[in-house]
Ligand binder design. Sequence first.
Ligand SMILES: Nc1ncnc2c1ncn2[C@@H]1O[C@H](COP(=O)(O)OP(=O)(O)OP(=O)(O)O)[C@@H](O)[C@H]1O
Ligand SMILES: [Mg+2]
Length: 245
Amino acid sequence: MDHQDEIVAPARTVTDRGRQHFVVLVANAKGGCGKTTLSTSLASYYASQGRSVTLLDLDPQQSSSQWWRQRTQQGYPAIDLQTVPLDGHFHAGRLQASLREARDMVIIDSPAGLSGPALDALLNISKVVLVPVLPSPIDIRAATRFLQAVMLSPVSRRRPRRLAVIANRARERTRMYGQLEVFLNSLKIPFLTTLRDTQLYVQASGEGCGILDLPDIPPQDRDSWRRVMEWLEVQRHLTRTLPGL
Ligand SMILES: Nc1ncnc2c1ncn2[C@@H]1O[C@H](COP(=O)(O)OP(=O)(O)OP(=O)(O)O)[C@@H](O)[C@H]1O
Ligand SMILES: [Mg+2]
């Protein structure tokens, strides 16, 4: 019952029973930093590799769901979509139900403004958290607050999350990118890669695919993504072989 969902502490009620899924949470409290772009690109990449993927769209704007509908008309490898909008109330029961139905690999696209019980509950079920950050002073400040919220959350205190940051929409050799790079390198968490600002992401998003599905992708972009995939593979291996971590 919805009312019941709202009054139970979600961090305790949402669990990945048996911890069989590899859940990747893409999150940052800041809007427009690339959460959906990163989530859909990852889901598309894993589907193209023959993996069984669920894309969990928690954003009431449903950008990932729109991308997915576009995708189904284009004949790309199938992705399972689950939609659980996190609006005014957080429904732990619905999230738990969609996780029960989910495939092996779960990519969560979260809404801007993620905090409090919803953030705790998502951290509780996630194996790793990817945080995209844009090169701007406002985005750097917002990312600082969000990373603090993640690291200080009750769930992370019990068991630190595998957390990494990604610079997005970078125009290298600009002063602002330089500042973002200094900031990301100063954190005690992995700075995985820099995704450059290119219309290829806009094109891929319109076609229901990921940038790596497009023909003639520059090697620079492939290399940027390779670093993300390699890190995720290592985390997946570690969480399987050392489940207590
Ligand atoms: N590396 C990039 N290069 C060019 N455009 C990009 C890049 N990353 C994202 N974009 C574009 O920026 C816009 C915002 O990206 P996206 O929707 O992924 O952000 P978001 O964090 O999901 O936003 P919201 O908080 O509203 O959900 C989109 O139009 C997207 O196509
Ligand atoms: Mg989004």
